[in-house]
Design a protein around this ligand. Structure first.
Ligand code: ADP
Ligand code: MG
Length: 348
């Protein structure tokens, strides 16, 4: 095992004051707080100009060259590998972070990796529902989806959020293509039968929430081979062509498994998985996850996130991480540096 993963396996007692700070934390201040490595991925690595490249240079050229040189082992290791990235709802509400995210995805593609983006849209769906006088209701982290909510979900995810991400990636010099589960028969689903986490005899009706029956990744593979970056909305279709709302973390996890991805990275709006005292858990095993589920430390949207992450880790996805998408260039920090970052989910 190499240095990077040993480092990620270590248990660090790191407090995260920035967890309450929300967006606007600079990567440099974040990293300085956590280690001696000062990292700022200057946008000059791109051979073309985009809006994300107008930042002022805060590091010397020598330092910049040094940083790029340090990324080489990671670029080599992950070259040609598939990396599934869940870009979450709650981590994508800041325009600057969105542009940074898009340029990071383009950089990964240009250095030879195969990023596949699955997006969420919780806050955006909530805003649209509120306009209609509706309020979202969740059971065990899943949005209760009646027919009207399903229409809003499909419209917001496929019509708005997906297209925003596609536009930003294209603006950053990539070639993104938006898909829903319907395109190319990608995500086949049925109505989810949800049982209570603690009492399996108790069932909930969450409406048109989908349970994935199968994923046919051929459309994603064809796009990847053609230098495109797939951007997938978590909408599935059923036997009778009906539409289902599926939690984006669940879609990302299943897709990572089906694509035999090297990495699954779930970007969210916390530093990772936190324990009861609010401290970051840098490393989580299946047994620890059971305990955190049982004592209620993991709740809400973190429930499907962790279940999906654990399934992916158990099904052969090499590394699975839940990281803070509010940190600028979080993706590069996770993939191209030796920083222990967020929570790594282990299969054992
Ligand atoms: P996303 O849009 O990224 O999927 P979610 O709201 O669905 O975001 O899930 C992330 C949320 O899960 C966090 O913002 C937090 O409120 C909640 N959560 C519940 N338990 C935990 C935990 N143990 N550690 C971190 N976050 C948790
Ligand atoms: Mg969520």
């Amino acid at each position: 095992m190499d240095v990077r993963f040993e480092s990620n396996h270590k248990k660090h007692e790191i407090s995260h004051p920035q967890s309450k700070a929300g967006v606007g934390i600079t990567l440099e201040s974040y990293v300085k707080e956590r280690s001696t490595l000062s990292f700022s991925f200057d946008v000059q690595v791109y051979p073309f100009k985009c809006p994300a490249m107008t930042e002022t240079h805060s590091i010397s050229s020598e330092h910049q060259a040094n940083i790029l040189a340090k990324a080489l082992p990671y670029i080599r290791r992950f070259h040609g590998k598939t990396i599934v990235i869940k870009y979450g709802g709650n981590a994508m509400t800041d325009p600057k972070l969105q542009a940074d995210f898009a340029s990071d995805v383009v950089l990964l593609k240009l250095v030879g990796m195969n990023p596949v983006v699955v997006h969420g849209g919780g806050p955006q769906i909530e805003t649209a529902l509120n306009r209609l006088g509706k309020k979202g209701e969740f059971i065990q982290g899943m949005r209760v989806t009646d027919e009207e909510t399903m229409e809003v979900v499909e419209w917001v995810l496929a019509g708005e959020v997906q297209q925003d991400i596609v536009g930003l990636i294209n603006q950053a010099g990539g070639k993104a293509v938006g898909l829903t589960g319907r395109d190319g028969g990608l995500i086949h689903a049925r109505k989810l039968k949800m049982t209570d986490n603690k009492d399996p005899s108790k069932e909930y009706d969450v409406g048109l929430v989908g349970d994935i029956i199968g994923i046919d990744p051929s459309v994603v593979k064809a796009l990847q081979d053609d230098a495109f970056i797939p951007v997938i909305s978590p909408i599935g279709f059923g036997e009778n062509n009906e539409t289902y709302n599926i939690n984006a973390d669940v879609v990302a996890a299943k897709l990572a498994t089906v694509l035999s991805a090297e990495k699954l990275i779930l970007l969210t709006n916390t530093p990772g998985v936190l324990d009861k005292a609010g401290q970051l858990l840098t490393d989580l095993s299946a047994r620890q996850i059971d305990e955190l589920f049982a004592d209620g430390t993991i709740s809400g949207g973190m429930l499907p996130k962790i279940s999906g992450a654990l399934d992916a880790a158990k099904s052969g996805v090499n590394t699975v991480h839940i990281i803070d998408g509010r940190v600028p260039h979080a993706l590069l920090l996770e993939i191209l540096t030796d920083q222990a970052f967020g929570t790594m989910i282990r299969s054992f």
